[in-house]
Design a protein around this ligand. Sequence first.
Ligand code: 5RP
Length: 243
Amino acid sequence: MKGWGKWKLKHEKPNWKEKAKKAVAKEAAKHVENGFILGLGSGSTTAYAIKEIGKRIRRENLKIYAIPTSYQAMLQAIENRIPLTTLYENLEIDLTIDGADQIDKNLNLIKGHGGALTREKIVASASKKVLIIADETKLTEKLGKNCPVPIEVLPFAFPYVKRKIEQLGAKTYLREANNKVGPVITDNGNFIVDANFGVIENPEKLEIILKNIPGIVETGLFIEMADAVLIGGKIGIKELRKG
Ligand code: 5RP
């Protein structure tokens, strides 16, 4: 079942960032145990982890079922022969491996630059352990610096939500699709608004305010959800833990 991915040209040499992403993905795959229900995040770093998990399943004959957080993750899981399940069948996820767009020192995150934030947050929330994998460019002193917060919005409510978010001081951008005219439509049939708040002094408070706006389906602020973060840098890997 191959052929959904992009061709990798033979002469293409991976740069340090790709190597770092592969290294953390490989390390994260080691945390998977026989019998686990796994949450599969979305994005390019998690894609490497899905490949590694697939290899381990086949090599070690592991009995694993995975819940993907997007069509991207679902197709990659199928391509790598990882058996799938749903929250209907398995409501307790042992481990979720996912990427992030920004990570602060308290392991709070901005996610959703791949547009999969809602399912990612649900799956993370249903998980006993959430392991984030990223290269070191994702680390930041404070969330929001040069990084908008993706917000999934019900199309019906878009003008109202846009105004409410702008009243909070953010600049908003309706995410435009590539290779399709008009806005990005998420896997859940909604719009994505990228909200640029600048440096966010109190992400916990902002999350509560945003979640109180009718029409906002979910935000890309992941507060106290990550248990550990594996960071890949130019010289190796480091693990950051909560607390
Ligand atoms: C998708 C996400 C991704 O995890 C995030 O965008 C990181 O992606 P990448 O590993 O490609 O940098 O939140 O919604």
